[in-house]
Write a protein that binds this ligand. Structure first.
Ligand SMILES: Nc1ncnc2c1ncn2[C@@H]1O[C@H](COP(=O)(O)OP(=O)(O)OP(=O)(O)O)[C@@H](O)[C@H]1O
Ligand SMILES: [Mg+2]
Length: 405
């Protein structure tokens, strides 16, 4: 752009007419130059736009290149968070490592969380959302807060569970000496609210074993298509936490009899059960992991689950007898302000057919009656009224279930 207006020589010493002519031609030249200028500006804009496009492309390629060069992340489990760093255990090779973590991430992670680590084993992010999914069906506790003293009227059952679960964990050499394999699984069965879940928890408490609880119904209903994987995970978690007690509550949900109908839901339950059976069959060193299962629908169980080497020890947990009910009343009123006129033997006699859970409900209701009456002491009448209420409530739910049946 060399020819600008400045380059044009200004005319002087001319007459009026030629002056006029010159101005005319200058104006024309100016117009041409302006048009040229406009054109150039347009070209410049076009070039700029083009440049922008290439710039974007370059950025995209750089980003892709970086991603391709970046190494994959590995999954590890947090073992311990110490002042020196975080101890992680890598999945796959099971090696432990001490690693660094940013303060921000440190707040986010807890032991047993799954995390992603890079090549140099620094924690990149926490994978707790995945763990949450598993945690919803799988509850891992070091020691549940139920002890044998909290359970009434199940002495025989308690003895049997201890023999089959506690003994192999605590004295595996006894079984070696005698030369038998301890039963791998114990199945507790009986009506609702009789203390099956409690019993399993008490065993875990007694043995200092990690207690891993999985509810069969949740496994089937919430994780359609994932049942078999969750069972695999369950045993994997148990192996990582040995000694461990695996407790599968409501096992009927995953180990129901094969039915005629061939809906996809059934196939899914079947796959879940097959996985469970194969995990149980695959038990080599049996001392370190014990399995307890519970059901209140024994009639529904597939017999395959009861074969030797699987749940071969069946323990019936019935409703408590009168003596049992009396003990359960005593257990649940331990912390309560009970009047002198309260006679648990008499209450136990009256509350026929009550399960352990019913007895507990009676105690709580009795307390509510006292509170409603603005008393702090609970009387015999409160317990009697409470039993009436609990009975009426359970009749009601029975009616409701009949309506829906
Ligand atoms: N034998 C018992 N001794 C003391 N309390 C009991 C007993 N049985 C039941 N209970 C009370 O009832 C509650 C429910 O018991 P638990 O969950 O163990 O029943 P369950 O047999 O597992 O029932 P479900 O078959 O419905 O799962 C317990 O938390 C406890 O308070
Ligand atoms: Mg239960």
């Amino acid at each position: 752009m060399s020819d600008t207006v400045d380059d044009v020589d200004l005319p002087y010493d001319e007459d009026e007419a030629s002056q006029q002519e010159k101005i005319q031609s200058l104006e024309e030249q100016l117009e041409i130059l302006e048009a040229q200028n406009e054109e150039m500006r347009d070209k410049l804009l076009d070039a700029n736009a083009e440049n922008n496009k290439y710039q974007q492309k370059l950025e995209r390629l750089t980003h892709e290149n970086k991603k391709l060069k970046q190494s994959p992340l590995f999954v590890a489990t947090v073992q311990e968070i110490t002042d020196e760093g975080v101890i992680i255990k890598q999945h796959g090779n099971n090696q432990e490592a001490l690693t660094e973590v940013t303060d921000e991430l440190r707040k986010e992670i807890d032991p047993d969380d799954r995390v992603a680590v890079n090549n140099s084993l620094s924690i990149v992010k926490s994978l707790s959302s995945e763990t949450d999914v598993r945690a919803r069906v799988m509850e891992v506790t070091e020691s549940p807060e139920v002890s044998y003293e909290d359970i009434g009227g199940l002495e025989e059952q308690m003895q049997e569970v201890r023999e089959t679960v506690e003994m192999p964990l605590e004295k595996p050499e006894m079984f070696d000496d005698v030369g038998i394999d301890p039963p791998s699984g114990v199945l507790l069965y009986g009506p609702p609210g009789t203390g099956k879940t409690m019993l399993a928890k008490a065993v875990a408490n007694q043995t200092d074993a990690t207690f891993i609880k999985m509810a069969g119904s949740e496994l089937v209903h919430k994780f359609i298509g994932e049942g078999a994987k969750l069972v695999r995970d369950l045993f994997k978690v148990a192996r990582e936490h040995e000694p461990a007690v695996i407790f599968i509550d409501e096992i009927d949900a995953i180990a129901a009899k094969r039915t005629e109908s061939k809906t996809s839901g059934d196939a899914e339950v079947q796959r879940t059960m097959m996985q469970l059976l194969s995990e149980m069959d695959g038990f080599e060193e049996r001392g370190e992991i014990r399995i307890i299962a519970a059901t209140n629908r024994f009639d529904m169980l597939d017999r395959a689950i009861l074969r030797p080497g699987r749940f071969d020890r069946l323990i019936e947990v019935p409703k408590p007898n009168e003596e049992g009910r009396e003990i359960i009343f005593e257990i649940h009123t331990r912390g309560m302000n009970v009047a002198d006129d309260v006679d648990f033997a008499e209450l136990a006699e009256e509350a026929e057919e009550a399960s352990g859970a019913d007895v507990k409900a009676v105690c709580t209701e009795a307390g509510m009656f006292a509170i409603r009456d603005e008393r702090t002491e609970i009387r015999m009448d409160d317990f009697r009224n409470a039993w009436k209420k609990v009975q009426a409530d359970s009749d009601e739910t029975e009616d409701v279930s009949k309506t829906f049946a």
